[in-house]
Design a binder for this molecule. Structure first.
Ligand SMILES: Nc1ncnc2c1ncn2[C@@H]1O[C@H](COP(=O)(O)OP(=O)(O)OP(=O)(O)O)[C@@H](O)[C@H]1O
Length: 618
């Protein structure tokens, strides 16, 4: 029997993202945040739909006023009903007050329905706004943030804030309307008898404390599960996407992946279940304490009525007032706890957005524009967060317009990192990258990227139409002429014309009617995307690794043909392809160890010559 596979690794955090906000801030402080959370919800809602907010507020006012009228009218109706005389007379006397009771009830119901409508108008747009803000924040951070441990997990935690936005308005609205009802009911009740109030408060307070404590437990569990949920979500996509279906099936990975997925889910469940006894204890204790005070409240009312301290009619109204206040108080507590609960996730979302804002580019001031005549690197170093050695170290290099530069070197020698530094995707830790003499550290990055075209080693296969797969990033024309030009340049015309809808064919097999390309065809399309941009700096990182010799030949011919107008950089392990380069640099351990033209390096007896010999010795 095969031994069971090892379970997924448990992720233990350390560093700046390892602190649970609940562990850091006191309970009182978090409760004190409630008004600011409500204010934030109100401000977001106001910016979104003023009419809906006004409608919501009007409904709260109507609810409050109706609750006060309801209780006072009930008291007015009780007096004749519980007084002396014939039943018909007593009812007749009570009729006006009863009509008011009916009207107030109808108003309350009406206001609640309209309030619901207003919150339904707000919620979807608020959710979309926060969701979009999150996606935008992630898209806009400096690329280096992705390499920071825990950044993706914080993003996962922030997603929960977006999800909670869905209930945020409803929670806040219910809380506010319960608050209004409670205040009015309390006022009426204290008019009837002051003694009842503290007793009532004591009766519902334990439920409130219980609800908040439960919210804390839920949040703690949620917090502990963030990393596993993040990994599980990732693995879910990797295991089920048809893109990797061949690898998963033919390598017999399915069982292990399912085991893995189940193990992660069980781990999440175990943490959640471990919280259940705690929440049960909280619920039982708060019910017990609350129950004791509730009994005391009713006993006090009975005692007041029994001893004649309050007239029977007033006592009857007090019963209604107590019920109303109790219900409103419970609602305040329950919805207050819900707002508190939501605020924890919203805080995570806000913290992430603030962090992303800090990680957004600070490079402003200068701009660069085509043509780019020279790119110069001066003693440039870059070290990934958490790594012990720099990926690129003290590297100097100059590239001029019209030149083709080839970068070669063993795996992990820093070639891709160097291309990221040249394009300004990463900023150098030390040294300078100068475009036409301007330091990228102070150049608006969008102006840089307007001049670049990059085919990365791992390129995207966009689930878009063929046309967008070529023009994405620079949809500069409605004319298909330049698109076909870029398609022709990579020899894809026949393949595109064979598709059911030509340039309009959707390249996503997962979507109804979508088509799929071969690996090499996808790579040709990625090349055409970069060529379509006609960039001042063209970088191709292993651009032909999946192509047949004809495709590879065509791409390199095209690179040569258009080289005069731009700086071209080719990263490749197929050293024969470096013949087209004017200059070749060989990298090792983040440094340039050899450089020169093809002819020189072949006879230099260094790494280049060794790697070339090895590639021929097969
Ligand atoms: N996003 C990243 N986060 C942390 N370390 C990274 C990251 N990308 C690369 N590295 C590390 O930086 C070093 C250089 O990597 P780089 O991708 O630049 O090498 P390369 O020469 O392009 O390799 P290959 O030939 O395999 O493509 C490696 O040690 C790698 O582990």
């Amino acid at each position: 029997m095969t031994p069971p596979p090892p379970p997924p690794a448990e992720i233990v955090y350390s560093g700046e993202y390892s602190v649970n906000p609940l562990g850091e801030v006191s309970f009182g402080k978090l409760c004190a945040q409630l008004p600011s959370v409500l204010r934030r919800i109100a401000a977001m809602s106001w910016a979104m739909d003023r009419r809906a907010v006004v409608l919501l507020l009007a409904c709260q006012l109507v609810t409050g006023a109706a609750a006060a009228v309801l209780l006072t009218a009930t008291a007015a109706a009780m007096r004749p009903i519980l007084g002396g005389g014939a039943v018909a007379d007593r009812l007749e006397q009570a009729l006006p007050a009863l009509l008011v009771v009916g009207t107030a009830t109808a108003l309350t119901r009406g206001a609640s329905s309209v309030g619901m409508y207003a919150s339904r108008r707000l919620t979807p747009r608020l959710t979309t706004a926060t969701d979009t803000a999150l996606v935008e924040a992630v898209c806009r951070v400096e690329a280096a943030a992705y390499a920071v441990d825990g950044f993706a997990d914080r993003q996962e935690a922030a997603e929960m804030g977006v999800a909670r936005t869905h209930v945020m308005v409803t929670d806040a609205q219910r809380f506010m309307s319960a608050l209004v009802r409670m205040v009015t009911a309390t006022a009426v009740l204290s008019l009837l008898n002051v003694l009842m109030l503290p007793l009532l408060l004591l009766a519902v307070l334990p439920a409130g404390v219980g609800a908040v404590l439960t919210a804390r437990v839920d949040y703690e569990i949620h917090y502990a599960n963030v990393a596993d949920r993040n990994v599980r979500g990732m693995m879910r996509w990797w295991s089920t996407t048809p893109k990797y279906g061949d690898e998963v099936r033919a390598n017999g990975m399915t069982d292990y992946l399912l085991f893995w997925y189940r193990s992660l889910s069980e781990r999440v469940d175990r943490r959640t279940l471990a919280g259940a006894p705690r929440t049960l204890r909280i619920a039982l204790l708060s019910s017990l304490v609350g129950g004791v005070f509730l009994v005391a409240t009713w006993a006090a009312l009975a005692w007041l009525a029994g001893t004649g301290r309050v007239p029977l009619a007033v006592a009857a109204t007090a019963v209604v007032a107590v019920q109303t206040t109790l219900a409103a108080l419970s609602q305040v507590i329950v919805n207050g706890a819900a707002v508190f609960h939501t605020s924890l996730y919203l805080s995570d979302m806000q913290a992430f957005l603030d962090d992303a804002e800090k990680r957004a580019p600070q490079r402003r001031g200068l701009s660069v524009s085509a043509p780019v005549d020279e790119i110069r690197l001066e003693e440039v170093s870059y070290q990934y967060p958490g790594k012990e050695k720099p990926a690129v170290e003290a590297l100097s290099l100059t590239m001029r317009r019209g030149e083709i530069l080839a970068i070669v070197g063993v795996n992990g020698s820093g070639k891709s990192t160097l291309t990221r530094l040249i394009t300004g995707i990463y900023l150098a830790d030390k040294g300078r990258v100068l475009w036409n003499g301007s330091d990228l550290a102070s150049v608006d990055r969008t102006t840089v990227w307007r001049c670049t075209g990059l085919v990365p080693q791992i390129f995207a296969q966009w689930p878009l139409r063929v046309r967008e797969n070529v023009t994405l990033g620079q949809p500069r024309t409605f004319d298909d002429g330049p698109v076909w030009e870029a398609v022709d340049a990579v020899g894809m015309r026949d393949a595109v014309e064979d598709l059911s809808n030509g340039l309009d064919t959707l390249l996503a097999r997962e979507v109804f009617g979508g088509a799929e390309l071969s690996g090499g065809q996808w790579q040709r399309l990625a090349c055409s995307r970069a060529l379509y941009r006609r960039p001042s700096l063209l970088i191709l990182d292993e651009p032909t690794s999946q192509m047949d010799p004809r495709g590879e030949h065509q791409i390199f011919e095209e690179i040569k043909a258009i080289a005069a107008d731009r700086i071209t950089i080719v990263v490749t392990h197929r050293l024969e392809n470096t013949r087209i380069a004017d200059h070749i640099v060989v990298m090792d351990g983040g440094r340039i160890t050899e450089q020169g033209c093809y002819g020189d390096l072949v006879h230099a007896g260094g790494t280049f010559a060794e790697l070339l010999a090895l590639s021929k010795d097969r």
